[in-house]
Design a protein around this ligand. Structure first.
Ligand code: AMP
Length: 445
């Protein structure tokens, strides 16, 4: 077949798909610990939602959006990020009016940007993120940043740093933009065409430029920290104190401006190099947005949120060998030796699955040796073998694939016996209750 997947996309299957599910469920679990609830919004929205929120001066909207006209002549866009859709939904469903605040929501799903594919960059990628809507305290900002750090810890990442900066309030940004304009004005002829445009629409963006000569210029630009209004400076100081009280590693980054229009006050990024030293870029990023909810027609609610890129998280986990254990194991590998034993084995597999065992059913009728080899390859704990001898005697053969011990047991006792054996061996097949127990244990300590 000569049809290939579109540039910048990827298929996710087998071990990597398993890794996605595990990472997603770990992230969702942490969000729930911080008392967040789930929200799902459409993957396409009216284009105007993004031009008004993410901003029509942002690269994301100007260059990277998948925009199309539908059969009803509407301009729609695949979401380049999730915050806009979440806030649209909150306002449209009046959650900003009817909920106890802050309203805490998490999401996970695909987002789309027409970017040049490179390390850590795809055109369809996946984000997990949270929105903490209607906050009143700088500690809520610190708490939200800490949620992200906790998620990294749970996934086994070490040495995650949080790059942090404050964009201040509106008076801060107005004064700073003026100072940037004064600074960049004499260099305007030599900066890239994008920056020439940014100079007019949003000079803060010039600090975000990827062109090396522009970056060098940006490094010597005035710093926003010198322009923070007293209120913004005090607020920012409290956020940092909150983070320090949790021993979170912060790196003050006066150049960090983030490429979206809706940010104000605190912005941040999570960074870590993989063990192989590869920098996949920010693993996650976010900030405060104090005007977005009202700009989209809702209440004037200060808010903060962040998004993690799942592809980047998984790439870093995989480079450092932390995904080796994600392969799904099988509890019981059932082997039917001949066509006559298929129905019997088939029904037994159904029983095991109803009793919460991860069960594989082999109806290939290969030799015993080949069948056991297949069971071992699946990393099964036990093989349960059914030949015509066993079937006639209402028995099955159970083989422990670790010790090679084998026993014949009556078929009506096998489910019970397997429960006993797997408990004894410390293998749990009730994944959910396992997680909860672990959590309660920790709380008791
Ligand atoms: P942003 O909305 O640009 O702040 O991005 C939030 C996070 O999403 C980033 O930190 C990345 O982890 C991830 N991300 C953004 N763009 C891409 C992309 N093109 N491919 C993969 N991950 C991305």
């Amino acid at each position: 077949m000569d049809i290939k997947l579109p540039k910048g996309t990827k298929d996710i299957f087998l071990a990597e798909a398993e890794a996605f599910e595990q990472v997603e469920s770990a992230l969702i679990n942490v969000a729930k610990m911080f008392s967040y609830a789930s929200i799902r919004t459409p993957i396409f929205e009216h284009t105007e939602l993004f031009t008004r929120s993410v901003g029509d001066s942002s690269d994301i909207v100007r260059k990277e959006m998948y925009t199309f006209t539908d059969k009803g002549d509407r301009s729609l866009s695949l979401r380049p990020e999730m915050t806009a859709g979440v806030i649209r939904s909150v306002v449209e469903n009046k959650l900003d009016v009817t909920s106890d605040l802050p309203l805490k929501l998490y999401y996970v799903g695909p987002a789309f940007r027409y970017e040049r594919p490179q390390l850590g960059r795809y055109r369809q990628f996946h984000q997990f993120g949270v929105e903490n809507i209607g906050i009143t305290s700088p500690f809520s900002v610190a708490e939200t940043i800490a949620l992200g750090v906790t998620a990294f810890t749970v996934m086994g990442f070490k040495k995650v740093t949080v790059n942090i900066n404050s964009l201040g309030d509106q008076p801060t940004r107005d004064a700073y933009k003026q100072a940037l304009k004064t600074y960049f004005q004499p260099h305007l002829a030599s900066v890239c065409p994008d920056c020439q445009q940014r100079f007019e629409t949003n000079p803060l963006r010039m600090l975000d430029c990827k062109v090396p000569s522009d970056q060098a210029l940006g490094k010597k630009a005035p710093r926003i920290s010198d322009f923070l209004s007293p209120a913004s400076a005090a607020y920012y100081a409290q956020v940092k104190e909150g983070l320090k009280s949790l021993s979170i590693d912060i790196v003050e980054s006066p150049q960090l401006v983030r490429g979206l229009d809706y940010y104000s006050d605190c912005v941040f990024e999570y960074h870590m190099l993989s063990d192989k030293g590869l920098d996949y870029g920010a693993l996650g990023a976010g900030g405060q947005y104090n005007n977005l909810v009202s700009e989209l027609g809702g209440q004037p609610l200060k808010s903060v949120g962040f998004a993690f890129g799942l592809e980047r998280l998984i790439a870093v986990l995989s480079d450092s060998g932390r995904l080796e254990n994600v392969k799904p194991f099988t509890d019981i590998y059932l082997i039917s030796m001949m066509p006559e034993t298929d129905m019997y084995t088939f029904k037994l597999a159904h029983n095991f699955r109803h009793t919460n065992f991860k069960t594989e059913l082999n109806l290939e009728h290969k030799s015993m040796k080949a069948s056991i080899k297949a069971a071992v390859k699946k990393e099964a704990l036990y093989a349960v073998i059914i030949g015509d001898q066993e079937m006639k005697a209402n028995q099955v053969t159970i083989k422990n694939l670790q010790t090679q011990e084998q026993q014949l047991v009556p078929v009506n006792e096998v489910v019970h016996l397997m429960q006993h054996l797997t408990n004894q061996a410390g293998h749990h097949h009730h994944d959910e209750s396992e997680g909860e127990e672990a959590h309660h244990d920790e709380e008791k300590k």
